[in-house]
Design a protein around this ligand. Structure first.
Ligand code: GLU
Length: 284
C-alpha cells in the first residue's frame, strides 16, 4: 500500500511529550506499512518561530530514533505557492478582504441581537461583518482574506467528506460528513496579516504537494479537518486518510502546551531518561 505521512511541528517552543507521541506514532505507522515518514517545518508565523527551536526539534526527533528524508520542507519557502492558490479562490469569487481584529470579532459576535458567540474550529465564529453581498472584483488585494463559506459550499457538486481511521474527540470514526459549515465553521481566514497564508490553506497545499496519503495528528485538529477537506475540493486536490489520535494530558487533564517545560523532551533527556522510557511514558 502507498503510505506517506508527516510530522509538521511549528518551531515556537520545545517539543513535549505530546509531540513525541504524535511523531513516534506517525513514524511507527509508516514503518509498519512499509511507507515514508516526512518531517515538515510549519514556520509561517515568523514572529514566533525561532531557529533554535527548529534545531532542537531535529535534535530531539533524532534522539527519539526517528529518521526522515532530506531536504525538510519549510512553509516559509512556499509563499508564492500559497499566493497562487489564494488567487485561484479569488478568481472564483470565494474570498473577500477583512481586517477585523480578534477583539472586533468577539464584540460583533456577542452583540445583543447575535446572542452568545458560537465557537468553531478557529475560535469565535466570524459574524460576517466584512462579507460583501456580491463577490469583489478586480485584482486580489494584499490584505487578510476570508473564505465566503456559503458560496464555497454552494459551489461543490457534493458535500465534503473524509475517512477517519483514528477517532475525533467524541469518538467520531469511519466516513465523516461535515454538516452545516456556514453556521458551524463560518468564514475562515485564509490569508492572515503578516503570514501570507493561514494554517488551513498552507497545510492543505503542503500535504498535497508532498503526496501525503495519511495525516496522523492530535484530536485537537479533528474539527479543522472539515475545512481542509473543503479546501481540497475547491482546489482540486486529493483528500488523504485522516487518523486523529488521543492527546497527552497533564495530571489535571489539560492538554500539554509548548510552555509546559516539565514535559519537554529536552527536560526528560537532561534527567537521563532513554527514548524507550519516553515511549512508555507516552503510552506507546
Ligand atoms: N503545525 C501544526 C501543529 O503543530 C501541524 C498541524 C498538522 O499536523 O496538520 O499543530
Amino acid at each position: 500500500m502507498n503510505f506517506t505521512t508527516r510530522f509538521a511541528p511549528s518551531p515556537t517552543g520545545p517539543l513535549h511529550l505530546g509531540h513525541a507521541y504524535s511523531a513516534v506514532l506517525a513514524h511507527d505507522m509508516a514503518q509498519a506499512a512499509g511507507g515514508a515518514f516526512l518531517l515538515r517545518i510549519d514556520d509561517l508565523d515568523q514572529t514566533r518561530c525561532k531557529p533554535q527551536w527548529e534545531a532542537q526539534i531535529f535534535d530531539d526527533l533524532a534522539w527519539l530514533g526517528l529518521t526522515w528524508p532530506q531536504p525538510v520542507l519549510h512553509q516559509s519557502d512556499r509563499l508564492p505557492r500559497y499566493r497562487d492558490a489564494l488567487q485561484t479562490l479569488w478568481d472564483q469569487g470565494l474570498l473577500y478582504p477583512c481586517s477585523c481584529s480578534r477583539a472586533d470579532i468577539r464584540a460583533a459576535a456577542s452583540a445583543p441581537q447575535e446572542g452568545a458567540p458560537l465557537h468553531g474550529p478557529d475560535g469565535v465564529i466570524y459574524p460576517g461583518t466584512c462579507r460583501p453581498t456580491t463577490p469583489p472584483r478586480g485584482p486580489m488585494p494584499d490584505m487578510p482574506l476570508r473564505l465566503d463559506m456559503a458560496r464555497a459550499v454552494a459551489l461543490l457538486d457534493a458535500p465534503p467528506s473524509f475517512t477517519e481511521t483514528g477517532s475525533g474527540p467524541d469518538g467520531e470514526t469511519g466516513l465523516i460528513r461535515p454538516q452545516n459549515m456556514q453556521v458551524l465553521v463560518g468564514d475562515v481566514a485564509l490569508a492572515r496579516p503578516g503570514m501570507g497564508a493561514s494554517y488551513h490553506l498552507s497545510v492543505v497545499l503542503d500535504d498535497a504537494d508532498q503526496a501525503i496519503t495519511h495525516v496522523i495528528r492530535g484530536q485537537d485538529l479533528f474539527s479543522a479537518t472539515q475545512i481542509h477537506v473543503l479546501l481540497q475540493r475547491l482546489l482540486d486536490l486529493p483528500t488523504p486518510i485522516y487518523h486523529h489520535h488521543r492527546l497527552i494530558r497533564d495530571e489535571v487533564g489539560k492538554r500539554l502546551a509548548k510552555r509546559d517545560d516539565a514535559r519537554a523532551i529536552a527536560t526528560y533527556r537532561s534527567e537521563g531518561r532513554s527514548p524507550d522510557e519516553i515511549r512508555s511514558i507516552a503510552g506507546l
